[in-house]
Write a protein that binds this ligand. Structure first.
Ligand SMILES: [Zn+2]
Ligand SMILES: [Zn+2]
Length: 236
């Protein structure tokens, strides 16, 4: 868990990002502000990453994409490994917008593929990446990755049938739970997440996208829930 926070500035939690590592691949799920630095703190570099998947285009999920791409061109090691960027409808337009503002982000020494997904499956070097539309922004997707085990990332979302399908029976669900109790349109709280967990039955659930209100949470979370923290590693 590179960042377990939201758009609210917090010293405890960086903006949204997870790094999924498999035997052959490293995939970044969301790339909010300062995630590139967090990658280094966790012992990785921008040139290691095979794919960056963004669940939607809000700033707290994408701000460091330009930092990442810039570093691929002008970092200590120049990137040669191909890079895949995955996003919902509009991801090409989003990337070309970045390119207009920051022309230095266009790849200099490697191949870049941009893949638009909504309700789709992509095979990436033996990994099945499946996406489901979720209820937040027009382009919002939840991402499920399956090798021997399955992990799903909700991105920001409210409840939907599609979200339940995304999470159905996974070994690990990385779920947004913006607030413990407060209800906000397009987001989940503990009660709303509990409903999804009862319907989808994931084996373990890590809570992320945690507003600073969580800092005052005095309750106890029971299995299958685990409160996410920046720098936390979960093997499954
Ligand atoms: Zn967010
Ligand atoms: Zn959002």
């Amino acid at each position: 868990m590179l960042g377990t926070g939201t758009s609210m500035p917090s010293l405890r939690r960086g903006s949204s990002s997870c790094l999924l590592t498999t035997k052959r691949q490293k995939i970044l799920i969301d790339i909010g502000p300062a995630v590139v630095r967090r990658l280094l703190e966790c012992g990785h570099s921008v040139t290691d990453i095979d794919a960056v998947a963004v669940t939607h285009f809000h700033v707290d999920h994408t701000a460091d994409l330009s930092t990442f791409l810039f570093a691929c061109n002008y970092g200590k090691e120049v990137r040669t490994k191909p890079l895949t960027i995955i996003g919902g409808p509009g991801v090409r337009r989003f990337y070309s917008g970045l390119n207009k503002i920051y022309r230095w982000v266009a790849p200099k020494s490697y191949n870049l593929s941009i893949v638009t997904m909504k309700r789709d499956v992509l095979q990436l070097d033996g990994l099945a990446i499946e996406t489901f539309p979720v209820n937040h922004n027009r382009e919002s997707i939840g991402i499920r990755v399956q090798e021997r085990r399955a992990v799903a990332f909700t991105g920001d979302t409210a409840h939907s049938k599609s979200l339940v399908k995304l999470a159905a029976g996974v070994d690990l669900l990385v779920a947004e739970c913006s607030f413990p109790f407060r209800a906000m349109k397009g987001h989940l709280n503990l009660e709303a997440l509990d409903r999804i967990v009862r319907e989808a039955r994931p084996k373990r659930v890590i809570l992320t996208h945690l507003d600073p209100e969580w800092d005052d949470f005095k309750g106890v979370l029971h299995a299958p829930y685990l409160l996410g923290e920046d720098g936390m590693t979960v093997s499954f």
